[in-house]
Design a protein around this ligand. Structure first.
Ligand SMILES: Nc1ncnc2c1ncn2[C@@H]1O[C@H](COP(=O)(O)OP(=O)(O)O)[C@@H](O)[C@H]1O
Ligand SMILES: [Mg+2]
Length: 654
């Protein structure tokens, strides 16, 4: 059994039908008045059959994606959905996500992985735990072959930073990723958008192939060319949330002709239908005319729909008589935490390590900033002015290390979060496995910049010459980088978009900087606000680098003016004050200038680790809480079940 090859051609057959789907969302409305409702879908019914390609068409904003999301169980909890979606005549249960797959317009793929590597990762995450290495390999190779990706298998997927596979190949790879668990229902939102017509054709041919194996394929498509339109078996036409046609695609032109709108000869039927059902709001008259036409088409279809639906029954095969597919005999237990962690860690490490340009920028920045600091702060003198300079450079290093770590994370994490939230939708792995692997794989990249920076600037500026102080300084900078990276992850996890993340992260860092113990001592902060300082990694980083550098570093001279005047009689009182304020030992500086004498460097390091751990936990919670929340798959019926008896017939159950 274990050497069994993967077979993607054996698929369970599932009829998906939907009845009276109505979706209402709260819409704008006045600030004080009652909240208005917008009806996005209105009493939409239909059916998609196994072995067929069903297309949903209609003008922009007519509710196509909403319908697809409702069918796929991925409709956000924004509005109220009523009506029913049935699979083989029964309400969907949670296992629906296991046997259906959903692919969005923008592909959730990592650009720095090759096509084969991408499939390798999903084969580890999505195939059951008992799958052998040989089976995984066979599944990956089978997918490559089935989606016509043999020529591109070892090419990078590609991103804005890296040239990769073609648009069509990328789309087919994204579809293939969803196929690894051999789903029998496929939902795709605009799989051809952004592709030229040749690439679009290649994607549709692949989808047709998948349908012909027995899958139920439902796609949303905006403007198909005629050769693509001819590939559709079934068509659902929407306008303004209402169904204007649901039936055999080849008969759609006849349907509209019967109502008095014949398609001109040699005209692309898809273009004709789209023109027919679009509202033309260029002038008030054209808007009224087209709205009236849509109303007429909708009413006509409503009257006819029952008869049309009944035609469906005759054509449906008896899915219940299908034998269960053999390929799944390895069980359905999901891979455990450690396998998930391992694979995700590998993926993240690869993704980061191959980010050559950003990595090179980090290296160059670290070197340049260190050299610049060295030039500015070389020969800091051991006197009272030198103290100010030394504290300045130490605080600058603290800021630079924290800021760089936060910004490099928030540049990439929000985009990655989008991919991850979709993978989570497919129940691919746990948040804990992802978050742990993400953070740990980031570590080398977040440590490397501060270490390079620290090594150069330490000697360029001439900080404490004791060897152990040097190594502790590097340890502190690395820990500070990791703590700041945790902040970047946490902010990214909680913020809904990259824009919000870019607004929030600098704000938080500036507050932490203000409370970092350099501009104002912690004891001078307004009562009740000290806790902000204690949460600031910059404070603990600064406490660490200063105690490490200054403790035991004595022999600070008082300013010549202050020391030479101590013996002269006039102004003696004044001079005494000056002498008393003059710090001559490192301990003095920590005490008087900073109020840090009460801490040791190890305590600072420990607090830094604690703050980092706390922030990581907050970030983890953020990912858990902000995961997609969808409408429940089955809910109380609000409308009488008019079509369900038909659906049962369709499913071969009655
Ligand atoms: N979560 C939402 N919040 C606000 N408006 C929404 C939401 N979902 C859908 N809509 C509105 O519903 C209509 C249909 O959206 P959609 O299904 O995405 O259309 P399309 O046919 O272009 O895919 C649009 O007018 C859109 O603005
Ligand atoms: Mg859409």
């Amino acid at each position: 059994m274990l050497d069994e090859q993967f077979n993607f051609t054996e698929v369970r057959r599932k009829v998906i039908s939907w009845e009276n789907l109505t979706y209402e969302i709260p819409a704008g409305g006045s600030c004080f008045g009652e909240r208005k409702q917008k009806t996005v879908l209105k009493n939409v019914s239909g059916v998609a059959l196994p072995g067929e390609l069903t297309a949903v068409m209609g003008p922009t904003g007519c509710g196509k994606s909403t319908l697809l999301n409702a069918l796929a169980g991925r409709l956000h909890k924004v509005g109220v959905l009523s009506g029913e979606v049935l699979v083989n005549g029964a309400l969907r249960a949670d296992d629906f996500y296991g046997y259906s797959a959903y692919s969005l317009q923008d592909d959730a793929l990592f650009g720095n992985l090759t096509v084969r590597e991408t499939f390798w990762v999903v084969s580890h995450l999505r195939l059951p735990a008992g799958t052998s290495r040989q089976q995984r390999q066979s599944a990956v190779e089978e997918l490559i072959k089935m989606m016509g990706l043999s020529g591109a298998a070892d090419t990078y997927i590609g991103s804005s930073m890296r040239r990769g596979v073609s648009g069509g190949e990328r789309k087919r790879a994204a579809i293939a990723v969803e196929l690894i668990s051999n789903p029998c229902i496929l939902f795709l939102d605009e799989p051809t958008s952004g592709l030229d017509s040749f690439q679009a054709q290649s994607v549709l041919e692949a989808l047709r192939g998948l349908a012909e194996m027995g899958r139920t394929v439902v796609i949303v498509i905006h403007q198909p060319r005629s050769s693509i339109f001819q590939m559709f078996d079934r068509l659902c036409v929407l306008s303004q949330g209402r169904a204007l046609y649901m039936g055999v695609a080849a008969k759609s032109a006849d349907h509209f002709a019967q109502i008095g709108f014949p398609c001109p000869q040699n005209f692309n039927t898809a273009d004709f239908i789209l023109d027919l059902v679009s509202i033309d709001s260029r002038t008030p008259e054209s808007e009224a005319n087209t709205a009236e036409r849509v109303e007429k088409l909708a009413r006509h279809f409503e009257e006819q729909s029952r008869d049309k639906m009944n035609n469906v029954e005759v054509q449906v095969e008896q899915p219940a008589s299908q034998p269960p597919p053999k390929g799944r005999s390895i069980g359905t237990r999901r891979p455990g935490f450690f396998r998930q962690f391992g694979v995700l860690f590998w993926r993240s490490l690869r993704q980061n390590a191959r980010n050559h340009v950003p990595n090179a920028i980090t290296l160059v920045q670290s070197v340049l900033i260190a050299v610049l600091l060295g030039l500015i702060y070389q020969d800091i003198e051991m006197n009272q002015t030198g103290i100010k300079d030394r504290l300045g450079v130490l605080f600058f290093v603290t800021i630079n290390t924290s800021m760089s770590a936060v910004f490099t994370i928030i540049q990439v994490f929000p985009a990655e979060k989008g991919i991850v939230s979709r993978e989570r939708d497919s129940q691919t792995y746990s948040v804990a496995a992802y978050f742990a692997s993400k953070y740990i794989s980031e570590m080398p990249f977040k440590i490397f910049g501060p270490i390079v920076n620290g090594i150069i600037l330490y000697w360029a500026v001439g900080l404490n010459p004791a060897a152990e102080a040097f190594f502790f300084f590097l340890l502190l900078l690395a820990t500070l980088g990791l703590c700041a990276a945790a902040i970047g992850l946490a902010v990214g996890a909680w913020c809904p978009t990259q824009e919000v993340t870019f607004a929030v992260a600098p704000l938080i860092m500036i507050v932490f900087m203000l409370f970092g113990g350099f501009f104002i001592k912690v004891e001078s902060l307004p009562t009740g606000s000290e806790w902000v300082a204690y949460l600031s990694p910059m404070l603990w980083g600064f406490v660490g680098v200063t105690t490490n550098d200054l403790r035991g570093l004595d022999g600070w001279e008082c300013e010549p003016a202050a020391s030479s005047n101590t013996s002269s009689a006039p102004g003696e009182q004044e001079d005494c004050n000056l002498v008393r304020e003059c710090s001559t030992t490192g301990e003095n500086i920590l005490e008087k200038e900073l109020d840090f004498a009460k801490y040791t460097r190890w305590e600072a390091l420990m607090y830094l680790v604690l703050v980092g751990a706390g922030v990581l936990f907050v970030g983890y919670l953020g990912l858990v809480v902000t995961g997609n929340r969808y409408q429940p798959l089955s809910q109380e019926r609000r409308f009488p079940r008019i079509l369900s008896s038909r659906s049962r017939v369709a499913a071969g159950r009655s």
